[in-house]
Design a protein around this ligand. Structure first.
Ligand code: 13P
Length: 278
Protein backbone atom coordinates (compact mmCIF):
# COMPACT_ATOMS: atom_id res chain seq x y z
CA UNK A 1 0.00 0.00 0.00
CA UNK A 2 1.34 3.37 -0.86
CA UNK A 3 1.15 6.82 -2.33
CA UNK A 4 -0.68 6.48 -5.65
CA UNK A 5 -1.97 8.84 -8.32
CA UNK A 6 -5.52 10.07 -8.08
CA UNK A 7 -6.05 8.73 -11.61
CA UNK A 8 -5.38 5.23 -10.28
CA UNK A 9 -8.06 5.65 -7.58
CA UNK A 10 -10.54 7.15 -10.06
CA UNK A 11 -10.11 4.14 -12.36
CA UNK A 12 -10.76 1.78 -9.46
CA UNK A 13 -13.83 3.79 -8.46
CA UNK A 14 -15.08 3.49 -12.05
CA UNK A 15 -14.57 -0.29 -12.04
CA UNK A 16 -16.39 -0.64 -8.70
CA UNK A 17 -19.13 1.87 -9.53
CA UNK A 18 -18.34 3.91 -6.43
CA UNK A 19 -16.62 7.19 -5.56
CA UNK A 20 -13.34 7.87 -3.80
CA UNK A 21 -13.67 10.20 -0.82
CA UNK A 22 -11.37 13.23 -0.92
CA UNK A 23 -10.94 14.53 2.59
CA UNK A 24 -9.54 17.98 3.29
CA UNK A 25 -7.02 18.25 6.12
CA UNK A 26 -5.55 21.18 8.01
CA UNK A 27 -3.41 19.63 10.73
CA UNK A 28 -1.88 16.38 11.95
CA UNK A 29 -5.01 15.26 13.79
CA UNK A 30 -7.07 15.54 10.59
CA UNK A 31 -4.50 13.54 8.63
CA UNK A 32 -4.41 10.86 11.34
CA UNK A 33 -8.21 10.64 11.63
CA UNK A 34 -8.73 10.31 7.87
CA UNK A 35 -5.98 7.70 7.42
CA UNK A 36 -7.21 5.65 10.39
CA UNK A 37 -10.74 5.55 8.91
CA UNK A 38 -9.45 4.54 5.47
CA UNK A 39 -7.29 1.79 6.96
CA UNK A 40 -10.08 0.43 9.09
CA UNK A 41 -12.46 0.24 6.11
CA UNK A 42 -9.63 -0.92 3.79
CA UNK A 43 -10.66 1.78 1.34
CA UNK A 44 -8.34 4.10 -0.59
CA UNK A 45 -8.87 7.83 -0.10
CA UNK A 46 -7.54 11.17 -1.29
CA UNK A 47 -5.95 13.50 1.25
CA UNK A 48 -6.22 17.08 0.04
CA UNK A 49 -5.64 20.67 1.02
CA UNK A 50 -6.83 23.86 -0.72
CA UNK A 51 -4.44 26.74 -1.37
CA UNK A 52 -6.65 29.15 0.62
CA UNK A 53 -6.14 26.97 3.70
CA UNK A 54 -2.39 27.37 3.60
CA UNK A 55 -2.70 30.60 5.60
CA UNK A 56 -3.52 28.41 8.61
CA UNK A 57 -1.70 25.27 7.53
CA UNK A 58 1.47 26.04 5.52
CA UNK A 59 2.29 23.71 2.65
CA UNK A 60 5.92 23.44 3.80
CA UNK A 61 4.59 21.59 6.87
CA UNK A 62 1.41 20.00 5.53
CA UNK A 63 2.81 18.80 2.20
CA UNK A 64 5.54 16.48 3.50
CA UNK A 65 3.25 15.26 6.31
CA UNK A 66 0.44 14.34 3.90
CA UNK A 67 2.82 12.59 1.50
CA UNK A 68 4.52 10.66 4.32
CA UNK A 69 1.17 9.69 5.82
CA UNK A 70 0.18 8.25 2.42
CA UNK A 71 3.49 6.40 2.01
CA UNK A 72 3.13 4.74 5.40
CA UNK A 73 -0.60 4.03 5.32
CA UNK A 74 -2.07 0.53 5.18
CA UNK A 75 -4.19 1.55 2.16
CA UNK A 76 -3.49 3.36 -1.10
CA UNK A 77 -3.78 7.12 -0.80
CA UNK A 78 -3.48 9.95 -3.33
CA UNK A 79 -2.36 13.40 -2.17
CA UNK A 80 -4.02 16.30 -3.96
CA UNK A 81 -3.75 20.10 -4.08
CA UNK A 82 -7.36 21.29 -4.05
CA UNK A 83 -8.34 24.65 -5.62
CA UNK A 84 -4.84 25.76 -6.52
CA UNK A 85 -4.83 29.52 -7.13
CA UNK A 86 -1.31 30.04 -8.40
CA UNK A 87 1.06 28.07 -10.63
CA UNK A 88 3.74 28.55 -7.98
CA UNK A 89 1.67 26.66 -5.43
CA UNK A 90 0.95 23.87 -7.92
CA UNK A 91 4.70 23.58 -8.62
CA UNK A 92 5.45 23.51 -4.88
CA UNK A 93 2.89 20.75 -4.26
CA UNK A 94 4.38 18.69 -7.11
CA UNK A 95 7.85 19.19 -5.64
CA UNK A 96 6.66 17.63 -2.36
CA UNK A 97 5.40 14.59 -4.26
CA UNK A 98 1.68 15.39 -4.51
CA UNK A 99 0.21 12.90 -6.97
CA UNK A 100 -2.62 15.17 -8.07
CA UNK A 101 -3.23 18.90 -8.52
CA UNK A 102 -6.01 21.31 -9.40
CA UNK A 103 -5.70 24.87 -10.64
CA UNK A 104 -9.11 26.46 -10.23
CA UNK A 105 -9.71 28.88 -13.08
CA UNK A 106 -13.48 28.39 -13.13
CA UNK A 107 -14.15 32.11 -12.56
CA UNK A 108 -12.19 33.09 -15.69
CA UNK A 109 -13.62 33.15 -19.24
CA UNK A 110 -13.70 29.72 -20.93
CA UNK A 111 -10.72 30.26 -23.26
CA UNK A 112 -8.53 31.53 -20.43
CA UNK A 113 -9.56 28.54 -18.27
CA UNK A 114 -8.57 26.22 -21.15
CA UNK A 115 -5.22 27.97 -21.68
CA UNK A 116 -4.14 27.99 -18.03
CA UNK A 117 -5.40 24.46 -17.36
CA UNK A 118 -3.37 23.17 -20.33
CA UNK A 119 -0.25 24.68 -18.76
CA UNK A 120 -0.93 22.73 -15.56
CA UNK A 121 -1.47 19.50 -17.52
CA UNK A 122 1.95 20.10 -19.11
CA UNK A 123 3.53 20.89 -15.73
CA UNK A 124 2.03 17.80 -14.03
CA UNK A 125 3.14 15.47 -16.84
CA UNK A 126 6.73 15.70 -15.57
CA UNK A 127 5.77 13.60 -12.52
CA UNK A 128 2.75 11.85 -14.07
CA UNK A 129 0.51 13.60 -11.53
CA UNK A 130 -3.24 13.67 -12.11
CA UNK A 131 -4.94 16.96 -13.03
CA UNK A 132 -8.43 18.04 -11.97
CA UNK A 133 -10.08 21.23 -13.23
CA UNK A 134 -13.47 22.89 -12.81
CA UNK A 135 -15.94 24.21 -15.34
CA UNK A 136 -19.00 26.15 -14.30
CA UNK A 137 -19.06 27.71 -10.84
CA UNK A 138 -19.55 25.77 -7.60
CA UNK A 139 -21.33 27.96 -5.06
CA UNK A 140 -20.27 29.17 -1.62
CA UNK A 141 -16.56 29.64 -1.15
CA UNK A 142 -13.51 27.55 -0.40
CA UNK A 143 -11.88 29.48 2.44
CA UNK A 144 -12.74 32.77 0.79
CA UNK A 145 -14.84 35.65 2.07
CA UNK A 146 -16.56 36.04 -1.26
CA UNK A 147 -19.60 33.84 -1.96
CA UNK A 148 -19.70 32.54 -5.51
CA UNK A 149 -22.97 32.38 -7.39
CA UNK A 150 -23.65 28.94 -8.86
CA UNK A 151 -23.41 28.56 -12.64
CA UNK A 152 -24.14 25.02 -13.80
CA UNK A 153 -21.59 23.32 -16.03
CA UNK A 154 -22.60 23.37 -19.68
CA UNK A 155 -22.35 19.76 -20.99
CA UNK A 156 -21.21 20.65 -24.53
CA UNK A 157 -18.58 23.08 -23.22
CA UNK A 158 -17.49 20.41 -20.75
CA UNK A 159 -16.68 18.00 -23.58
CA UNK A 160 -14.76 20.67 -25.47
CA UNK A 161 -12.91 21.64 -22.26
CA UNK A 162 -11.85 18.06 -21.47
CA UNK A 163 -10.73 17.33 -25.03
CA UNK A 164 -8.72 20.52 -25.38
CA UNK A 165 -7.05 20.48 -21.96
CA UNK A 166 -6.34 16.75 -21.55
CA UNK A 167 -7.34 16.81 -17.86
CA UNK A 168 -7.97 13.57 -15.94
CA UNK A 169 -11.01 14.61 -13.87
CA UNK A 170 -13.65 17.30 -14.19
CA UNK A 171 -15.25 19.08 -11.22
CA UNK A 172 -18.85 19.89 -12.13
CA UNK A 173 -21.23 22.57 -10.91
CA UNK A 174 -24.75 21.15 -10.56
CA UNK A 175 -26.16 23.28 -7.73
CA UNK A 176 -23.50 22.16 -5.23
CA UNK A 177 -21.71 24.65 -2.98
CA UNK A 178 -18.81 24.77 -0.54
CA UNK A 179 -19.55 25.16 3.17
CA UNK A 180 -22.73 24.44 5.11
CA UNK A 181 -25.86 24.74 2.93
CA UNK A 182 -28.44 27.16 4.40
CA UNK A 183 -31.17 24.77 3.15
CA UNK A 184 -30.67 21.30 1.75
CA UNK A 185 -29.40 21.59 -1.82
CA UNK A 186 -31.39 20.79 -4.93
CA UNK A 187 -28.85 19.16 -7.18
CA UNK A 188 -29.43 19.30 -10.94
CA UNK A 189 -29.23 15.60 -11.71
CA UNK A 190 -30.58 16.31 -15.20
CA UNK A 191 -27.47 18.42 -15.90
CA UNK A 192 -25.20 15.78 -14.34
CA UNK A 193 -26.74 13.05 -16.48
CA UNK A 194 -26.13 15.07 -19.62
CA UNK A 195 -22.50 15.75 -18.65
CA UNK A 196 -22.06 12.03 -17.85
CA UNK A 197 -23.22 11.09 -21.34
CA UNK A 198 -21.17 13.80 -23.01
CA UNK A 199 -17.83 13.61 -21.20
CA UNK A 200 -15.75 10.47 -20.94
CA UNK A 201 -13.51 11.25 -17.95
CA UNK A 202 -14.33 10.81 -14.22
CA UNK A 203 -16.46 13.54 -12.65
CA UNK A 204 -15.86 15.22 -9.29
CA UNK A 205 -18.45 16.56 -6.84
CA UNK A 206 -17.29 19.45 -4.65
CA UNK A 207 -19.23 20.79 -1.67
CA UNK A 208 -19.97 17.37 -0.16
CA UNK A 209 -20.88 18.68 3.30
CA UNK A 210 -24.67 18.63 3.71
CA UNK A 211 -25.45 16.50 0.64
CA UNK A 212 -27.70 13.58 1.62
CA UNK A 213 -26.71 9.92 1.34
CA UNK A 214 -29.43 9.42 -1.26
CA UNK A 215 -28.08 12.32 -3.35
CA UNK A 216 -24.54 10.92 -3.08
CA UNK A 217 -25.76 7.53 -4.36
CA UNK A 218 -27.61 9.10 -7.25
CA UNK A 219 -24.59 11.24 -8.15
CA UNK A 220 -22.38 8.13 -8.13
CA UNK A 221 -24.82 6.35 -10.45
CA UNK A 222 -24.33 9.30 -12.85
CA UNK A 223 -20.54 9.19 -13.03
CA UNK A 224 -19.32 11.03 -9.93
CA UNK A 225 -16.07 9.26 -9.00
CA UNK A 226 -14.56 11.64 -6.43
CA UNK A 227 -16.43 13.46 -3.67
CA UNK A 228 -14.86 16.32 -1.67
CA UNK A 229 -15.56 16.69 2.03
CA UNK A 230 -14.05 19.61 3.98
CA UNK A 231 -16.43 21.59 6.20
CA UNK A 232 -17.92 18.49 7.86
CA UNK A 233 -14.45 17.36 9.00
CA UNK A 234 -13.40 20.83 10.22
CA UNK A 235 -16.69 21.17 12.09
CA UNK A 236 -16.43 17.71 13.66
CA UNK A 237 -12.92 18.42 14.87
CA UNK A 238 -14.01 21.73 16.45
CA UNK A 239 -17.08 20.12 18.04
CA UNK A 240 -15.02 17.23 19.44
CA UNK A 241 -12.56 19.72 20.95
CA UNK A 242 -15.34 21.82 22.44
CA UNK A 243 -17.14 18.79 23.84
CA UNK A 244 -13.96 17.57 25.53
CA UNK A 245 -13.03 21.00 26.96
CA UNK A 246 -16.59 21.66 28.20
CA UNK A 247 -16.69 18.32 29.95
CA UNK A 248 -13.60 18.56 32.14
CA UNK A 249 -12.05 21.07 34.54
CA UNK A 250 -8.50 20.75 33.35
CA UNK A 251 -8.21 19.82 29.69
CA UNK A 252 -4.88 18.34 28.64
CA UNK A 253 -3.38 18.55 25.16
CA UNK A 254 -2.91 14.82 24.69
CA UNK A 255 -6.54 13.89 25.32
CA UNK A 256 -7.63 16.90 23.27
CA UNK A 257 -5.51 15.71 20.34
CA UNK A 258 -6.99 12.18 20.55
CA UNK A 259 -10.52 13.60 20.65
CA UNK A 260 -9.85 15.68 17.53
CA UNK A 261 -8.52 12.62 15.68
CA UNK A 262 -11.62 10.69 16.75
CA UNK A 263 -14.01 13.42 15.56
CA UNK A 264 -12.45 13.48 12.08
CA UNK A 265 -12.21 9.68 11.97
CA UNK A 266 -15.95 9.33 12.65
CA UNK A 267 -16.84 11.81 9.93
CA UNK A 268 -14.61 10.10 7.38
CA UNK A 269 -15.96 6.62 8.26
CA UNK A 270 -19.53 7.84 7.77
CA UNK A 271 -18.78 9.22 4.32
CA UNK A 272 -16.65 6.32 3.07
CA UNK A 273 -19.47 3.89 3.89
CA UNK A 274 -21.82 5.82 1.60
CA UNK A 275 -19.24 6.41 -1.15
CA UNK A 276 -18.39 2.69 -1.26
CA UNK A 277 -21.96 2.17 -2.47
CA UNK A 278 -22.25 -1.25 -0.86
P1 13P B 1 -17.39 21.22 1.71
O1 13P B 1 -16.58 22.12 2.58
O2 13P B 1 -18.75 21.72 1.43
O3 13P B 1 -17.41 19.81 2.23
O4 13P B 1 -16.67 21.18 0.28
C1 13P B 1 -15.44 20.57 0.16
C2 13P B 1 -14.84 20.84 -1.16
O5 13P B 1 -15.50 20.77 -2.18
C3 13P B 1 -13.42 21.15 -1.21
O6 13P B 1 -13.01 21.48 -2.48
Amino acid sequence: MSLVTMKNLLQRAEENNCAVGAFSVGNMEMVMGAVKAAEELRTPIVLQIAEKRLQNSPLTLMGPMMVNAAKHAGVDIAVHLDHGLTKRCVAEALSYGFTSVMLDRSLLPFEENVKQTKEIVQMASATQATVEAELGVVGGNEGDTEEHKITCTDPAMARDFCERTGIDALAVAIGNAHGNYPVSPELRFDVLEEIYHTVDIPLVLHGGTGISDEQFRRAISLGIRKINIATASFDRLAQAAQHYCDGCNKPDYFTLSSEMVKGVYENVIKHILVFNNR
